[in-house]
Design a protein around this ligand. Structure first.
Ligand code: F6R
Length: 244
């Protein structure tokens, strides 16, 4: 695992965007696995800036997102589809027909997950998967206790995640209780993984995930077994990892 220590959120975002840019430049028709949440917003902003300067071309890129809330239509401002459109897809020259997320409006979970697995397989798998890290060590919506061998599946959000995500909704009761997410097996199948983390509130999660024991209680800890993981974290997020 490579660890890049960034000064702050802005520096973390630039470093992460550099790695994604390198992927696109080296392989213009690459498949990017993307994440939502607060952490990658700065990274997307930086990528958009470089696109606008003419330094990046998304025309051949395919994307598959980690997850989507079950029951939220694409035009709901809290849907991950909406988020991706707002933060990246509408701002660069990506072909929208090659941007994929699980279908949150598919009521039958089995169908939704099967179709998403098929999409990921049909595009040839993920070249570079971007991940944020949850306070409880979750990646995607893979909450503590999840089996490591799952592909895309439907999950029930933990109370902690509902509370953490509440800030984006009118009230706690508006936070969807379920989501479709790539499983750990899907995530681990990516050729390369890039994890972005910022803030002191994530320091325990970083220490446990990357320096603790590998356990389903800290889903991100499985990343220690992947052979190409890059962690880009700011000083605050790395503050509880000694010697870095
Ligand atoms: C996002 C996702 C989540 C977030 C995680 C961290 O697609 O799957 O695992 O990466 O909850 O969220 P932030 O970045 O908002 O702290």
């Amino acid at each position: 695992m490579r660890i890049y220590k960034a000064k702050d959120y802005y520096d973390m975002s630039r470093k992460a965007a550099n790695i994604i840019s390198a992927q696109i430049i080296m392989k213009p028709h690459c498949v990017l696995g993307l994440a939502t949440g607060s952490t990658p917003i700065g990274t997307y902003k930086q990528l958009v800036e470089w696109y606008k300067k003419g330094d990046l071309d998304f025309s051949e890129v395919t994307t598959v997102n980690l997850d989507e809330y079950k029951g939220l239509p694409k035009d709901n401002e809290q849907s991950y589809y909406y988020f991706m459109n707002e933060n990246l897809f509408s701002k660069v020259n990506i072909d929208k027909s090659r941007t994929f997320l699980p279908d949150g409006m598919e009521e039958d979970s089995e169908t939704a997950c099967r179709k998403y697995n098929e999409i990921i397989h049909s595009v040839g798998g993920v070249d570079l998967q971007l991940l944020g890290l949850g306070h409880n060590g979750h990646i995607g919506f893979n909450e503590p206790g999840i089996a490591f061998e799952k592909e895309t599946h439907c999950i029930t959000l933990s109370e902690r995640t509902i509370k953490a995500n509440m800030r984006f909704f009118m009230s706690e009761k508006d936070v969807p209780r379920q989501a479709y997410t790539m499983g750990i097996k899907t995530i681990m199948s990516a050729q390369k993984i890039l994890v972005v983390v910022s803030g002191e509130d994530k320091a325990d999660a970083v220490r446990e995930a990357f320096f603790g024991s590998i356990t389903p209680h800290v889903p991100a800890s499985i990343l220690q077994l992947h052979n190409d993981v890059t962690l880009v974290a700011d000083e605050a997020a790395l503050s509880k990892c000694t010697g870095i």
